[in-house]
Design a protein around this ligand. Structure first.
Ligand SMILES: CC(=O)SCCNC(=O)CCNC(=O)[C@H](O)C(C)(C)COP(=O)(O)OP(=O)(O)OC[C@H]1O[C@@H](n2cnc3c(N)ncnc32)[C@H](O)[C@@H]1OP(=O)(O)O
Ligand SMILES: CC(C)C(=O)C(=O)O
Length: 563
C-alpha cells in the first residue's frame, strides 16, 4: 500500500501543475492538491424517482462523463437487474478501456451490498475495465442496524471485513467501503469499522450523509475527526457523499474537501435519491472560482467546457428537467432581467457574472444574456433595439420607453416583435384620422351579435356602418372595417382587467398589420423580412368600447405610416 509522504508542496508550487491529472493510484493521490471527482449519476442519480435509463443511454452518458474528465464513474448496481448488469459491463468494457492520449481512462465502479452475490456480480460486471473498482456498503447507524438490517454492531463489523476480503480474493484490488448513514453513526464505531476495513484491504472510504441531515460545520468536523482518529486512514483516499434533503449537499461536500477529503461523490445536475446529491457542476465551479482564496489551491481534472453538454444529455435521458434557476446550467443562470443589472452587465460583464458562461460550454449569441420586461431600463432597451437594427435618438428612446414600460406591466416578457411595433408606433408622430363617435351593441341568445358604429373623420365627415360578427367585439371591429375600407389583419388582441369584479376597468391591447403583410411572430427574422405592425391600447369599463378605441388607435398609426 502506498503511504502519503510527509513533505507536501505548497499551493504556489502546484500552481504550475494546474490541470495536470496525477497518475491513478487507487489508495493515494500523488498530488495533494488534486481532488478526484467520483461521478455517481448512473448509480445514485438513477435512484431519482422516474429517472431509469436503458443500457444504451447509460453507455452514452458514460462516454460523455469520460469527455468531461471525471476520474471515477459509478456505473450502477449490477445485482439489481439483468439490464443493469449489462449496462455496467458495457461501460466497463467500452468506456473503461478507452484510453486517452494523456493516458486518462476513468475508473469504473459497480456498487454492491455486503454480501457475496452482490460482490461477485459487481466484479463480473466491472472486471474487464482497465481500472475496475467495487464499492461495497453496509449501514453503521443504530437506527439502520436495528430496524433495517436486524444486526448488531459486532455482526456488521464482521460482515464488512469478511466481504472486503472476499472482494480482494476475487481479484479486485481497488475497493471502496461505505458506512451507510455515517452521519448518524456512533463515532467510535465508525473509527473502529473504518480502521478494520482498511486493514482488510480497502483503498477508499466514503462518508455518506445518507439522509442529508448534517450541517456543513458538522460534516466538516466528522471528516476531520475521521482523519484524526481512524487507524490507517492515511493509507486510503477519503471521500464525501452528500445528499440534499436540506439543500446542503454542495455546502457539505465543499466543507468536506476543505478539511481533507480528496474524492467527491457527485452527480450531474445534482440528481439522486429523494432530493438528490451534490451537483458536480456546482462543486467543480465553486472549487475553480475560489481555488486560491478558500481551497488552498485544490483543483480537479474536469474539462468544464463539457459541463453544459453533459447536463443537457442527463436532463434528456433521465427526464429530470431542470428548474430555470438551477445554478450554472439552468435556463436563467446567465440571463439578466432587471434594468440596473442589465445596465451594469452591458457596461462590463463581470459586474453581475462571476464566471464566463463560455467556460462551461455555453455559446451566447446576439440578444442572449438578458430579457426585456417591466423591470428593464433604457440601457437594455437601447441595446436590443440596436441589435434589431434600430438606431434611435435619446428622445425617441424615451418615447418608446414609456410605452415599453406600459406594455411590460401587461406582459411577462416584451418580445422583439413588440419592440418593432413600439418603434413603428412611436418614432413617427401620427395625426389621428379616425375617431370613435358612438356605438351600440346588440347581443344575447337570439340572432347574431351586431354593432352599429359612428366614426368621425379628421375632415369632419361622419360615417355610420353596421355589422354582425362572431361576438360583440368582432361585430364592432368589422363595422369599423366597413367604414375605413383598409385591408387589415388582426395580429394580437388581449384584454386585462385592472380591478377585479364586474365594475373593473379593462385594458385592451391590439396589434394589427396590413392584410397583405408577410407577418411573422418569430423574433429571429431579419428586419427586411418583417412588415410593420401597429399597436393600440385603450382602457375603460366597457370591453367593446375599449376594444374599438384600441383598434382605432392602431389603425390611425397604420394609416399614417408609409410602408
Ligand atoms: C443508500 C443507498 O443509496 S444504497 C443503494 C440503494 N440502491 C438500490 O437499492 C437499487 C437496487 N436495489 C435493488 O434492485 C433491490 O433492492 C435488490 C436487488 C438489491 C435487493 O432486492 P431484494 O432482495 O428483493 O431485497 P429488498 O430490496 O426488498 O430488501 C433489501 C435487503 O437487503 C438487505 N440489505 C440492505 N443493505 C444491505 C447491505 N448493505 N448489506 C447487506 N444486506 C443489506 C436488507 O436488510 C434487506 O434484507 P432482508 O430482505 O433480509 O430484510
Ligand atoms: C451507499 C451510499 C454510497 C449511498 O448512496 C448513501 O449512503 O447515500
Amino acid at each position: 500500500m502506498t503511504t502519503i509522504p510527509s513533505m507536501i508542496p505548497s499551493p504556489q508550487q502546484t500552481k504550475n501543475s494546474i490541470d495536470m491529472r496525477p497518475i491513478y493510484i487507487p489508495n493515494y493521490i500523488p498530488n495533494p492538491y488534486y481532488v478526484r471527482i467520483f461521478d455517481t449519476t448512473l448509480r445514485d442519480g438513477e435512484q431519482s424517482p422516474g429517472a431509469a435509463m436503458t443500457p444504451q443511454e447509460k453507455l452514452d452518458i458514460a462516454r460523455q462523463l469520460a469527455k468531461l474528465g471525471v476520474d471515477v464513474i459509478e456505473a450502477g448496481f449490477p445485482c439489481s437487474s439483468q439490464d443493469e448488469f449489462k449496462a455496467v459491463k458495457m461501460i466497463a468494457e467500452e468506456v473503461g478501456n478507452d484510453v486517452g492520449d494523456d493516458g486518462y481512462v476513468p475508473v469504473i465502479v459497480g456498487i454492491a451490498r455486503c454480501n457475496q452475490k452482490d460482490i461477485e456480480t459487481a466484479w463480473e460486471a466491472v472486471k474487464h475495465a482497465m481500472r475496475p473498482k467495487i464499492s461495497t456498503f453496509i449501514a453503521t447507524s443504530p437506527i439502520h442496524m436495528e430496524h433495517k438490517l436486524g444486526k448488531s454492531k459486532e455482526e456488521v463489523l464482521e460482515i464488512a471485513c469478511k466481504m472486503v476480503k472476499f472482494a480482494r480474493n476475487l481479484g479486485c484490488h481497488d475497493i471502496q467501503f461505505v458506512p451507510e448513514d455515517a452521519t448518524r453513526s456512533e463515532r467510535d464505531f465508525l473509527y473502529q469499522i473504518l480502521g478494520e476495513v482498511i486493514k482488510a484491504g480497502v483503498t477508499t472510504v466514503a462518508i455518506p450523509d445518507t439522509v442529508g441531515i448534517t450541517m456543513p460545520w458538522e460534516y466538516g468536523r466528522l471528516i476531520a475527526d475521521i482523519k484524526a482518529n481512524t487507524p490507517g486512514i492515511e493509507n486510503v483516499v477519503l471521500s464525501t457523499h452528500c445528499h440534499n434533503d436540506l439543500g446542503l449537499a454542495v455546502a457539505n461536500t465543499l466543507e468536506g474537501v476543505r478539511v481533507g477529503a480528496r474524492q467527491l461523490e457527485v452527480t450531474i445536475n445534482g440528481i439522486g435519491e429523494r432530493a438528490g446529491n451534490a451537483s458536480l457542476e456546482e462543486i467543480v465551479m465553486a472549487l475553480k472560482c475560489k481555488r486560491y482564496d478558500q481551497f488552498d489551491g485544490l483543483y480537479t481534472g474536469i474539462n468544464t467546457q463539457q459541463i453544459l453538454k453533459t447536463s443537457k444529455m442527463v436532463e434528456k435521458y433521465t427526464g429530470m428537467y431542470l428548474q430555470p434557476h438551477k445554478a450554472l446550467v439552468g435556463a436563467n443562470a446567465f440571463v439578466h432581467e432587471s434594468g440596473i443589472h442589465q445596465d451594469g452587465w452591458l457596461k462590463h460583464k463581470a459586474t453581475y457574472e462571476i464566471i464566463l458562461p463560455e467556460s462551461i460550454g455555453i455559446r451566447r449569441s446576439k440578444g442572449d444574456g438578458y430579457v426585456l420586461g417591466k423591470l428593464s431600463g433604457r440601457a437594455a432597451l437601447r441595446k436590443r433595439l440596436e441589435e434589431l437594427g434600430f438606431q434611435l435618438k435619446d428622445d425617441e428612446i424615451n418615447k418608446v420607453f414609456f410605452n415599453f414600460k406600459a406594455l411590460g406591466d401587461k406582459k411577462k416578457r416584451v418580445t422583439d416583435e413588440d419592440l418593432r411595433t413600439l418603434v413603428s408606433n412611436e418614432v413617427t408622430h401620427i395625426e389621428p384620422i379616425w375617431k370613435l363617435g358612438d356605438l351600440q351593441v346588440i347581443s344575447g341568445t337570439l340572432g347574431f351579435p351586431s354593432t352599429t358604429i359612428r366614426l368621425i373623420n379628421m375632415n369632419g365627415s361622419t360615417h355610420v356602418a353596421c355589422s354582425i360578427g362572431q361576438g360583440s367585439v368582432d361585430s364592432a371591429l368589422k363595422a369599423v372595417n366597413f367604414i375605413v375600407k383598409e385591408p387589415i389583419k388582426l395580429v394580437e388582441y388581449s384584454v386585462t382587467t385592472i380591478k377585479n369584479g364586474i365594475d373593473g376597468i379593462v385594458t385592451t391591447y391590439v396589434v394589427i398589420c396590413r392584410e397583405n403583410s408577410n407577418y411573422e411572430s418569430t423574433s429571429t427574422l431579419s428586419q427586411e423580412n418583417v412588415h410593420p405592425t401597429f399597436s393600440g391600447t385603450a382602457a375603460g369599463t366597457d370591453v367593446v368600447v375599449s376594444s374599438v378605441e384600441a383598434y382605432i388607435a392602431a389603425l390611425n398609426k397604420l394609416l399614417g405610416s408609409k410602408e
